[in-house]
Every structure is written in structure tokens, then in C-alpha cells.
Design a protein around this ligand. Structure first.
Ligand code: SAH
Length: 264
């Protein structure tokens, strides 16, 4: 079905899930709503030979989603080819990120799917959610509104709510004039952005603008800035070229700080 084909661009990523039953229940929640692409980052119980029995039992008739799950060893691998990355979180974080509720998240993600772009939605560990550095790889955070006295939902239930809103959003017709569809360049993928951030950090160290021993929140704030703009591939190439030009004009910071470039 057309809706199902479009929803298949949306990847649900479960990071370091402890209980295989939650993986099965998340798969069921996805299939009920027409999603099929499940990615597992380092699940605690091995999927090497076959998925754990508990995952299969809880999946019921969504066994196929569990069996077809992609299993990877890092968040970067899980999201590398995606042009939009969204992280779900039950808690406020020290440096706030652009925040969506589940309905706004679904509207945004649905526009992306219709435009044929790949999207990842990240879900964290049962015990402590997503780490800050994982959330900092995201364009947006989504919070499911809850009672103040208990904000943390069961993992699979959180997946259910996000997927239900996606299902509802998929009933809306997206006009091709939706502005983001008309951009002249492909958006940068998560791995292209990651390379840019590595290059930027290296260059700021070389400039002695950034001290890795006293980083404060510089790189976090720069990530937030660039993620807000949503760079395209041409803009990434220009910025990488600019950084390379700076690199070439500057002495190597490591060598000069050790005095090895003093004319010998
Ligand atoms: N104790 C953890 C929460 C873990 S719940 C913490 O304090 O962060 C497991 C996962 O379910 C979370 O990482 C998140 O992906 C999702 N989740 C649970 N409650 C949520 C909420 N209210 N809003 C958004 N995501 C939620």
C-alpha cells in the first residue's frame, strides 16, 4: 500500500535496549501502525544467530519486523544515511534542543517521507534514556507530554505513541509546494554532518580557539547551531573547503605547542 511504502522511509532506532521483550513489543507497535524499518544498536541480548525468544513472543504477528531488524554497533552506523534525525527524551536537558511534541514530530517526518528522504527516530535505554552526545546528533527532540509525577514511559509504549501519530499524519495529503520539498540541493546526511563537526573541532583546536581539556559547551552549541540550519550537501562542501583552507594557513597546533617547529 502507498502509505506503507512511504512509512518505510522511517527508521525506528532502539539504542542499547536491555529487555528483548521491549524490542518485540516495539516491533508490534510499529507494524500495527504500518512501519517496518527497525534498527537495533547493541541490544543487550545477542541477535547474532537469531533474535531472542522473548523478542519474538512479544512481537506476536510482527515477528517479521524483528527478524528483519538491522543490528549495528553504534548510533552513527544506525543514522549515517539519514537526512533528518529525531531523538525522543523523557527529560529536560541542560542545553535545550528544538523541541517537538508527537503531533509536530509526525507532521515533520511525514513531509520527509513523502519527499523520499530517510528519517531516523531514536529511542533510548530503559534505564537512562539517550546519552547527551546521542541527543546532540539530532535535529529535534520529541517529548511525549506526561504527568509531572512520572514522565518516563515504557520504551515500547513510547514507540507506540510516536508511530500512532505518524499513522494519523499519513492521512494528510502533503502538497508538493511544502517549502522543504523544493530545496535545490540534497540535505546533508548524518554522517556528512558528523565529518563536518570532526573537521570543525580539529580546526578550532588548531586555531587555539577551542581547548579540548576545557571544552565547556562549545561543540554542543555549534552542533545545535548547524543542526538548526539544516545544511545541504553544497553548504557542507563549502564549509569543509573553508576549514581546509584555514588548516593549510596555520601551523600544526600540536607541533608548535611542543616547540618542535622552532626552526629545527
Ligand atoms: N529513565 C530514562 C527513560 C527511559 S524510558 C530517562 O530518564 O531518560 C526509555 C525510552 O523511551 C526513552 O529513552 C525515550 O526514548 C522513550 N520515552 C519514554 N518516555 C518518554 C517521554 N515522556 N517522551 C519521549 N520519549 C519517551
Amino acid at each position: 500500500m502507498e502509505t506503507e511504502r512511504l512509512l518505510s522511509n522511517i527508521r525506528i532506532v532502539l539504542v542499547e535496549t536491555t529487555h528483548p521483550g521491549n524490542i518485540g513489543a516495539a516491533a508490534r507497535a510499529m507494524k500495527n501502525m504500518g512501519l517496518s524499518q527497525l534498527c537495533l544498536v547493541n541490544p543487550r541480548d545477542s541477535f547474532a544467530d537469531k533474535p531472542p525468544d522473548k523478542a519474538i513472543w512479544r512481537a506476536a504477528s510482527a515477528e517479521d519486523v524483528v527478524n528483519n531488524a538491522m543490528v549495528v554497533s553504534s548510533v552513527d552506523e544506525a543514522i549515517g544515511d539519514c537526512q533528518l534525525v529525531i531523538g525522543t527524551s523523557a527529560r529536560d536537558r541542560r542545553i535545550p534542543w528544538p523541541l517537538l511534541d508527537p503531533v509536530e514530530c509526525a507532521e515533520k517526518v511525514w513531509v520527509e517521507s513523502v519527499a523520499g528522504r530517510d528519517v531516523a527516530i531514536l529511542f533510548g535505554r530503559e534505564s537512562r534514556g539517550l546519552k547527551n552526545d546521542e541527543l546532540h546528533k539530532c535535529h529535534y527532540h520529541v517529548n511525549i507530554p506526561t504527568s509531572e509525577s512520572y514522565s518516563s514511559l515504557n520504551l515500547a509504549m513510547a514507540v507506540q505513541i510516536i508511530c500512532y501519530e505518524l499513522r494519523k499524519a499519513s492521512h494528510t495529503v502533503v502538497e508538493p509546494v511544502a517549502t522543504e520539498d523544493r530545496w535545490d540541493m540534497a540535505y546533508a546526511s548524518a554522517s556528512e554532518l558528523e565529518h563536518l563537526f570532526e573537521h570543525l573541532e580539529r580546526t578550532l583546536v588548531q586555531l587555539e580557539f577551542h581547548d579540548p581539556d576545557n571544552p565547556r559547551q562549545l561543540m554542543t552549541r555549534l552542533r545545535r547551531l548547524f543542526n538548526r540550519v539544516r545544511l545541504d550537501q553544497m553548504e557542507i562542501n563549502i564549509l569543509r573547503g573553508l576549514l581546509t583552507a584555514i588548516n593549510q594557513k596555520l601551523p600544526d597546533a600540536d607541533l608548535s605547542s611542543r616547540g618542535e617547529k622552532s626552526g629545527h
